[in-house]
Write a protein that binds this ligand. Structure first.
Ligand SMILES: Cc1ncc(COP(=O)(O)O)c(C=O)c1O
Length: 315
């Protein structure tokens, strides 16, 4: 991943050159992780670049902010306009979009009362998070010695900067041991999620995933995949997933904005589906990419075109 092609940042209401989008080392968020953010993707379609489930991502941003008592001084229409303008200015056909709201400089008391809320948006081209090969062949995963924090410790359904230290610990430990990604268990020992992805398994032709009772971020890709799987005729069961459910599954895959739909081919040496991408995973993955690229008519509503479609009949 690199920011090489990113030339501008939207910062507190205006687009500024990338190198001018700086913050002071006394910023509250730098010390205590007091920020909330989103990650969404903009995909290439035949009708120009389009953001996948922008509305849902912005809704979650406002919800995360509310949980942490932050009042975002921009409406979702203003943020939508800012995101589209920023992508258009870069002329990106596809990219990742990162809005971030964080407490800036005023004091380093833990209570951020007087700190200004800074709002920025970054965009950059980002290849599949777990690799193009991972999308096809699947990734190797290990169960992390780090547990996912419980919702009584921190709100798991909000997407706040500081909580990602938990994910960073887990993924570093996993990569150090030669794996592609970490899988975190919840405090009760059930499967929670990957360091940046939700988990699905397939068993006997049915699809299973967990929910917020297992300390997960309620992923927007997870929601899309539940709908896609149901539309494909699969029964989707939402409930606890134990480690042995995962190890004995026919197929398993991760979902996330960055990781999209990535098959899991191995968990700590146990092969899933003979160590490759399973047929149900492949079918769901194909429908997902048809949706993101605008080829699937049923899911056109999930797309927000960067340059609005005005020609009659196109959206
Ligand atoms: C911890 C965690 N779980 C799950 C997800 C998947 O969420 P989404 O599909 O909304 O990107 C993410 C990605 O942001 C994440 O960071």
């Amino acid at each position: 991943m690199s920011f090489d092609q990113s030339k501008w940042v939207w910062s507190n209401g205006r687009i500024v050159p990338w190198e001018d989008a700086t913050t002071h080392v006394s910023a509250h968020a730098l010390h205590y992780g007091t920020g909330v953010f989103e990650g969404m993707r903009c995909y290439e379609t035949a009708d120009g670049p389009a953001l996948f489930r922008l509305e849902e991502h912005l809704d979650r941003l406002y919800q995360s902010a509310a949980v942490h008592g932050m009042d975002i001084p921009y409406t979702s229409e203003e943020l939508t306009e800012a995101i589209c303008e920023l992508i258009d200015r870069h002329d990106f056909k596809s990219c990742y979009v990162r809005p971030l709201c964080f407490y800036g400089t005023s004091s380093l008391s833990l209570h951020p009362a007087r700190c200004p809320l800074e709002v920025v948006i970054l965009v950059w081209p980002w290849a599949p998070y777990l690799g193009a090969e991972g999308l096809e062949r699947g990734v190797r995963v290990t169960v992390s010695p780090w547990r996912k924090f419980h919702s009584e410790m921190m709100p798991t359904t909000a997407k706040a900067s500081g909580q990602y230290i938990n994910s960073v610990l887990a993924v570093r430990e996993a990569v150090n041991r030669g794996f592609d990604e970490a899988l975190l268990l919840d405090v009760e020992g059930n499967v929670a999620e990957g360091s940046g992805e939700n988990l699905f398994i397939v068993k006997d032709g049915q699809v299973f995933t967990n929910d917020e009772r297992h300390s997960i971020l309620l992923g927007i890709t997870r929601d899309a995949v539940i709908q896609i799987a149901q539309d494909l005729g699969y029964e989707v069961n939402v409930g606890p997933i134990s480690l042995s459910d995962l190890l004995n599954s026919d197929e398993a895959f991760f979902t996330g904005t960055a990781a999209e739909v990535t098959p899991i081919r191995e968990v700590d040496g146990t092969l899933i589906n003979h160590g490759d991408r399973g047929p149900v995973t492949k079918e769901i993955q194909s429908a997902f990419f048809a949706a993101t690229s605008g080829r699937h008519q049923r899911y056109r509503d999930w797309l927000t075109f960067v340059v609005p479609q005005t020609v009659a009949g196109i959206h």
